[in-house]
Design a protein around this ligand. Sequence first.
Ligand SMILES: *Cc1c(COP(=O)(O)O)cnc(C)c1O
Length: 614
Amino acid sequence: MDYGIKTWGNDNFFIEDGKVKVNTGCEPSLIEIVEEIRKDGSIRGPILLRFPHLIQKQIRMIYKSFTDAKKEYNYDGNFSAVYPLKVNQFPNFVKNLVNLGKKYNYGLEAGSKAELMLAMAFNNPNAPITVNGFKDNEMISLGFIASEMGHNITLTIEGLNELESIIEIAKNRFGSVPNIGLRIRLHSSGVGIWAKSGGINSKFGLTSTELLEAVTMLKDAKLLDKFTMIHFHIGSQITDIAPLKKALREAGNIYAELSKMGATSLRAINLGGGLAIEYSQHTKTLHKNYTLNEYANDVVYLLKDIATQKKVKVPDIFIESGRFVAASHAVLVAPVLELFSQEYTDQKLRLKDKNPPLVQELYDLYKTINKKNASEFLHDSIDHMESLLTLFDLGYIDLQDRSNTEILVNLLIKKAVGLLSDKKSTEVLDIQERVQERYLVNFSLFQSLPDFWGIDQTFPVMPLDRLDEVPTRSASLWDITCDSDGEIEFNTESPLFLHDVDVEKRDYFLGFFLVGAYQEVLGMKHNLFTHPTEATVIIDNDDFEITNVLESQSVVDILEDLDYDIKEVQETLTSKIEDSDLIDDKAKKHILGEIYLFLNDNGYLKTIKSERDK
Ligand SMILES: *Cc1c(COP(=O)(O)O)cnc(C)c1O
């Protein structure tokens, strides 16, 4: 079982000796990286691993694909790319990205004042900055400041009012005006759940009438020479290349028309983002139908074709892909805390001398189940269980009988699933759906995979070791929030099987892959679980190094973020403990010490194993 690593893994990881390994340099396994971080015992919750070499790989791939495509089609426009900060603004990602992008002149895209200030602080000198999104006068002034600082910045306007503001502000500034881009409203629509990012009903962009008006306004204000770019963005995770091609045809023709109308400085088309990531673990349910090379070739070919037909100079190409660059660099590793059926063992069975007939029958099924009758016996046992539970409700059997029922059915399921594991029929899958094992995992789905909760986005998940053992349990994953939505259910379309492990004896870690785009900053503090501990892993040919370990926020910091006066919290707790009549002074001192420790630790759970080891 390789958990579809060849489908979603992009050769970034491989399986060897039963472990997932990183496919670079000395090829460390993820489990040894995690063990290294957990070595001193203080870090026990989920860990987000960042791999800078995977950021570098994506950036390199983008530039290489477009360089190759330009060569192939003899395209003499330039290619530029910027990274949209909204996809992941965390410093240990952004600073690495800027650094790794330097030799490509890779720039940044900002959609808010905070992001723009980040871009102004960290962007490589001379690399482009683009600004999208709704802007007030302050944000436009910030754009002017960036230009006055010497940044190569383009403000893309979303509406004519923004253009009016730019024209006004230009009169009162110091002479250096940012480049101006116009976001165009395409009649071809956007894609998927992000359809409102593009298309005629889009939230963004200028209609063709407004475009004509904008050119007149720029001409009158003597700023037409600052109009350098048209921009569109049809949505994120473009799964099908066809709508993009349609949008490109439309944008290419708008570019050519505006050029002919005298927009002589207009030289670039910015295609926005949208390059998709393959998140699927199953070849039946692929999430995209094209490769990066195909995308680059289509863009270059189409734009050249239009420019030739309309007899204008080919445009420079700009892209703003974010998901494609960021997704693969981060892996969330979370320990399994518990398997819900773990308490069901042979030893706990307390059969009576005389059991109710159905319990006795369950026991006989359990003793005689084999490969041939497994499916039938499993059905029978589940029927028996339902009858027995009804008998309990009606008062005909006692709690001990009920306990024996639960144990026997769970033991039967385990046996049956093992016996049936080499069959892959839909019937077996249906049974497995009914008898799924619930794995309690030490992470918050709301914090670490918010898109699973919000838009049903799935992420590849697999155990980090034991990959040479056949996983027999159909798994549903439960996070540690008190919210029933915090669950990744087993489903027969894309089934997940995990190992039958005893986590009290040995750790079992799950890796959630491709979580580097959008998840971190969209993460919610539900139940006050915050961003997990993170670490950056640098791998070379001899060794790997763990840097920038940032522990998950302590309870004190979390409460402070919510604007609690932490002194008040601490003092109230202290005086309540001191005033208690139930305990003596020695106990009070001890308890105060415990409270202090807990307040300064993070809120994730300590695994049972680590507790016992103490
Ligand atoms: C969100 C966004 C992007 C990035 O989209 P991805 O799907 O992450 O590549 C690029 N440009 C604009 C204008 C955006 O709003």
